[in-house]
Write a protein that binds this ligand. Sequence first.
Ligand code: IPE
Ligand code: IPE
Ligand code: MG
Ligand code: MG
Length: 417
Amino acid sequence: MSMTCHNLDFGTRVLDLVAVGSSSNASIERHSVKNHGKGFTSKVYGARRMACCRQNISRTRAFSTNTSEALLDGVGERTEPVLDLKKEVKSPISLANLFEVVADDLQTLNQNLRSIVGAENPVLMSAAEQIFGAGGKRIRPALVFLVSRATAELAGLKDLTTKHRRLAEIIEMIHTASLIHDDVLDESDMRRGKETVHQLYGTRVAVLAGDFMFAQSSWYLANLENIEVIKLISQVIKDFASGEIKQASSLFDCDVELEEYLLKSFYKTASLIAASTKGAAIFSGADRSITEQMYEFGKNLGLAFQVVDDILDFTQSAEQLGKPAGSDLAKGNLTAPVIFALEKEPKLREIIESEFCDTGSLDEAIELVKQCGGIERAQELAKEKADLAIKSLQCLPPSNFRLALQDMVMFNLERID
Ligand code: IPE
Ligand code: IPE
Ligand code: MG
Ligand code: MG
């Protein structure tokens, strides 16, 4: 038998029925145990059976059980553990690990990205090179590949099609264009640890470079010749503008409600992620019920992703983020932690409405947001959305790709642990 914190591999001949699960109290982890429980492998070897599941958890226990359902009913309630790894340190999920199953796809994507920008204009080429070359996590194309592969089997596809791959390239290009424009609007000088396009080439080039990338991606999109996907992604480009306009028109507005914040976050972030996951399933020829679930998955993951990004703006440094930190509140962009803190602390409203005109008032406001539990409540909101995202994955057949999609949700939450 061999074992690590993330995976437990059991030899097939030596154990009777074995169940593996998490003993964590965190709701999301309990939830994921249930998911695994439903989809976990249970094999029969003569009179002996083996059941196991894969988890990313802090405490892993293995039990000898009479029935595999024991895992679902609560690990260890009726049996003594045969193995208890309580002392095992939680190992964080790394992107490299969870992207491993689509690593080759991502490598091909990185090679193609630069070539699809086109070589017509040297200034736009260098601007594109600046931001594509700076890296980025490539979360959206990875989601396209993972959903494509997780759903391809349903449609009897053996490999990804060129349409799946082109979709991933288009999505990353649209995302990059939106970042170039977002940095102009936010007046940010750093992105992905490097200077932003507008910092280096000026606002005019940055606006044109973003426009050019949106236009180029629309052209490639039309060439995919799938009207459903064309409609889906055109809507996303419109949503970006709606999101940025919504944000710009509510700066320093302390009456902004959570629902409005979530709508803005949908426009700015979740819409593209939802279109990525749904578009991938459409190109696999999946049923409407599956494509809709994939949309829900992407939407809720996207919302959780934006809430986490907004928390990190309060809790991490510019070096950790590769982009300016603490700037949302400074610029009057009131995100989830502030909206929650405003419910508890009237003084915060006063400081924000004065637009931080007094020296030290920004630091005081940040401190108040933290003291009033704004960060913790935003964390709960992110978990809520993450839970919904995980539920939508249940329609997929069990596979390493589905597990990686689930890990992606967990990875996002772990960024704020
Ligand atoms: C940044 O997205 C913009 C948000 C939606 C918060 P990412 O965090 O995915 O940015 P890159 O692509 O890794 O730089
Ligand atoms: C997401 O919002 C940006 C886009 C979708 C363009 P943010 O404004 O929070 O993104 P960052 O923090 O600048 O990356
Ligand atoms: Mg921004
Ligand atoms: Mg942000």
